[in-house]
Design a protein around this ligand. Structure first.
Ligand code: 13P
Ligand code: SF4
Length: 331
C-alpha cells in the first residue's frame, strides 16, 4: 500500500497526486466529514467496495432518508442523488460527476410530460423514479422496479393510470398486473440494446443456465427470462437458487455483487446489439470514478442543490411511494 500524502483537506490539487492511496484517503475523509457513501449496483467494482451501502433505487432512497451522516456521497446517477437530497434536505449531497444523467430522464422532458398529464386529467400519474425532480414534481406516485407492481395493485380498479417514462417497464407491468396503463414512450439506452440473438446463443451453449433480466429490457428479452426483477431482486435470485450458471440481462456492474455473494457460480453478461461497443455498460454510471469520488469528497463539490419549492413538490409523490411500498426484505 502506498503512503498517504497529507493534507487530505485544505488545498486539494485538481488531479490527485499519483502517490496518494485514494481508497485510504476516501475512507479517512468519510470518517472526518461524517459522510456516508451510497452506491448503486451499476457502479465500478472499486466504487462498490468503498461504499457503506450498495443497493437498488428503492433501498438507496430508504438509506438516504434514514442516515444520520452529515454528508451523503452518492455514487450513482443524478436522479438518484436528487432523490437523496429531496428526502434528506438538511444533508450535503454530493455526486462525483454531475453529468451522470440517465437516458430515461432525457426521454421525458418536464414540459412534454406536463402536456401529457394535462391531456389526461382523470389519470393518476405513476412515474418511474428514473426521471428528473421536475417530472417527479408533476407526478402523483413514484415507483421503482421493486415496488411498482405492489403499488399498482393498491390503486382502485376504476382509476385510470398514466405511466412514464419507461415504455418497456410499463408493458411488463401491464402484463404482470392486468391493469391497462397509458404509456410514455421512453427507454433505457442500455437495456433496450441487448441482443436477443446473443442471449439465445448463450442459452444454447449453456442450456442449464438460468436467464435473469431487469424489467427495463424489451419484451423479446424478457420472454426468455426465468426471473425478472429489480437489481436487488436479481442478486437475491442468484444467491437463493441452485443454478450453477446465470445469464444476466442488465447492466454489467451488477456482476460484481453476484460474484461476491456466490463465488462458485458462473455469471454471463448478455451482449449488446452492436458487437463493437460495450453496450451493456451504462455510460452515465461509468462517469463516476474513484478519482472523482476522492475529488468530490475533498472539495465537497459538485453538490446537489434544488430550489425548495421544487424539492417539496417532488417530495410528495416520493413520500406516497414510501408509504405504499412493501417493507424492506433485507437489513
Ligand atoms: P433498480 O431500481 O432495479 O436498481 O434499477 C435502477 C436502474 O437505473 C436500472 O437501469
Ligand atoms: Fe438510466 Fe439505463 Fe443507466 Fe439505468 S442503466 S441509469 S435506466 S441509462
Amino acid at each position: 500500500m502506498l503512503p498517504m500524502s497529507p493534507p487530505l483537506v485544505g488545498s486539494i490539487p485538481s488531479i490527485p497526486p499519483s502517490s496518494l492511496d485514494l481508497e485510504a484517503a476516501i475512507r479517512q475523509m468519510r470518517h472526518e466529514k461524517n459522510a456516508v457513501i451510497l452506491a448503486h449496483y451499476y457502479q465500478e467494482p472499486d466504487i462498490q467496495d468503498l461504499a457503506d451501502f450498495v443497493g437498488d433505487s428503492l433501498e438507496l432512497s430508504r438509506k438516504a432518508a434514514a442516515t444520520d451522516a452529515d454528508m451523503i456521497v452518492f455514487c450513482g446517477v443524478k436522479f438518484m442523488a436528487e432523490v437523496a437530497k429531496i428526502l434528506s434536505p438538511q444533508k450535503k449531497v454530493l455526486l462525483p460527476d454531475m453529468r451522470a444523467g440517465c437516458s430515461l430522464e432525457t426521454s421525458c422532458p418536464p414540459a412534454s410530460f406536463k402536456a401529457f398529464r394535462e391531456a389526461h386529467p382523470d389519470h393518476v400519474a405513476l412515474t418511474y423514479i428514473n426521471c428528473s425532480a421536475e417530472v417527479k414534481a408533476l407526478s402523483d406516485i413514484i415507483v421503482t422496479s421493486s415496488n411498482a407492481e405492489a403499488i399498482i395493485r393498491q390503486i382502485p380498479e376504476n382509476q385510470e393510470i398514466i405511466f412514464a417514462p419507461d415504455w418497456h417497464l410499463g408493458q411488463f407491468l401491464i402484463q404482470k398486473t392486468g391493469r391497462p396503463m397509458l404509456l410514455w414512450q421512453g427507454a433505457c439506452m442500455v437495456h433496450e440494446r441487448f441482443s436477443e440473438e446473443g442471449l439465445v446463443r448463450l442459452k444454447t451453449r449453456h442450456p442449464q443456465a438460468a436467464i435473469i433480466a431487469h424489467p427495463e429490457c424489451p419484451a423479446p428479452i424478457l420472454r426468455h427470462a426465468d426471473h425478472v426483477g429489480s437489481t436487488s431482486s436479481l442478486i437475491a435470485f442468484t444467491r437463493n437458487t441452485p443454478h450453477q450458471t446465470y445469464i444476466v440481462a442488465t447492466e454489467l456492474g451488477i456482476l460484481h455483487q453476484m460474484r461476491l455473494a456466490s463465488p462458485e457460480k458462473t455469471f454471463l453478461d448478455v451482449p449488446g446489439l452492436d458487437s463493437t461497443c460495450a453496450c451493456n455498460a451504462c455510460p452515465y454510471m461509468r462517469m463516476n470514478t474513484v478519482e472523482k469520488l476522492y475529488q468530490c469528497m475533498a472539495t465537497e463539490q459538485p453538490e446537489i442543490i434544488l430550489p425548495e419549492a421544487l424539492r417539496l413538490a417532488a417530495l410528495r409523490p416520493l413520500e406516497t411511494m414510501l408509504a405504499m411500498s412493501p417493507p424492506p426484505v433485507r437489513a
